[in-house]
Design a protein around this ligand. Structure first.
Ligand code: NAD
Length: 278
């Protein structure tokens, strides 16, 4: 069994971004990411801080907007409109989830597709679907990098994606299709999940349930990618996969932490640089 090292690979990507950023700046083009946080959810605050730190490392200017919990949708949309029009702003990121008085879909739609570095806007999702260039959701884009940089062949392989969320499962399946895998998407209504997963050469798990996938779901020698992030009853981090139970049956696997997790921010940095390069 070989561990797929997300810490190492995300560091490589951030270092490549740093070089590309320096090149842009030498041409007088400074990439800038506007990060909007509404309210004071502790997990969101940590994510936003990590994104700012990554920007600093790569050399991207980060503009921070911290709005109170009671911000209205109209106020947030007005801020986004201003940032859309501001040529010095390369990318706009609104940290989710938003307080309940704000409609997330309306906010995502309001961000200019050219500045939508999270890749959530329908125009970018549509571009991915028909194979045109556009921004791709960072977590699934990061998983493609993990596979490629770990020398996993994708073309012609059976890939099973568990989960059909707009942020992970669906774009993941589309990306694997673009890489010429034969893709099956499983979800909460799938009959015979075990039987389908057992066919997978590459099993990507984004189910949101701690240690749900054990060795009964895994084909001998499969590559397993674990997107889940949880804390168990002992406050220990774990994924959607029961790592200890499957590790002797796989050829490669991502650990939690240190697998998929660090890739999301690295790909966000990549998207901001790409937005400026375009
Ligand atoms: P989600 O809750 O939106 O989606 C979960 C999906 O799993 C759903 O589509 C559902 O149909 C499917 N599912 C639920 N129960 C199932 C079952 N019993 N059998 C088969 N399918 C089932 O979650 P999400 O946003 O896609 O995230 C999934 C996991 O990945 C979560 O643990 C989340 O914390 C984690 N995540 C990690 C990162 C990262 O950067 N590493 C990013 C996003 C999400």
């Amino acid at each position: 069994m070989e561990l797929i090292d997300g810490k190492l690979i995300s560091q490589q990507i951030k270092d490549e971004c740093k070089e590309r950023c320096a090149k842009l700046k030498a041409e007088g083009k400074e990439p800038a990411l506007a990060v909007i946080l509404v309210g004071s959810d502790p997990a969101s605050s940590i994510y936003v801080n990590n994104k700012k730190k990554a920007c600093e490392y790569v050399g991207i200017k980060s503009l921070s907007y911290e709005l109170p919990e009671e911000t209205t949708e109209a106020e947030l949309l007005k801020l986004i409109d201003g940032l859309n029009r501001d040529d010095s702003v390369t990318g706009i990121l609104v940290q989710l989830p938003l307080p309940k008085q704000i409609n997330e879909d309306a906010v995502i739609r309001a961000i200019s597709p050219k500045k939508d570095v999270d890749g959530f806007h329908v125009e970018n999702v549509g571009a991915l679907c028909v194979g045109e260039p556009g921004f791709v959701s960072c977590t699934p884009a990061g998983i493609i990098q993990l596979l490629k940089r770990s020398n996993v062949d994708i073309a012609g392989k059976n890939c099973v994606v568990i989960g059909r969320s707009n942020i992970v499962g669906k774009p993941m399946a589309l990306l694997m299709l673009r890489e010429n895998a034969t893709v099956t998407i499983c979800h909460s209504k799938t009959a015979d999940l075990k039987g389908i997963c057992k066919q997978a050469d590459i099993l990507i798990v984004a189910i949101g349930k701690p240690r749900f996938i054990n060795s009964e779901y895994v084909k001998e020698g499969a590559v397993v990618i674990d997107v889940g992030i949880h804390r168990d009853e002992n406050n220990k981090m774990c994924g959607d996969v029961d790592f200890d139970d499957v590790k002797d049956h796989v050829s490669k696997i991502t650990p939690v932490p240190g697998g998929v997790g660090p890739m999301t921010i690295a790909m966000l940095m990549n998207n901001v640089i790409e937005a400026k390069e375009r």
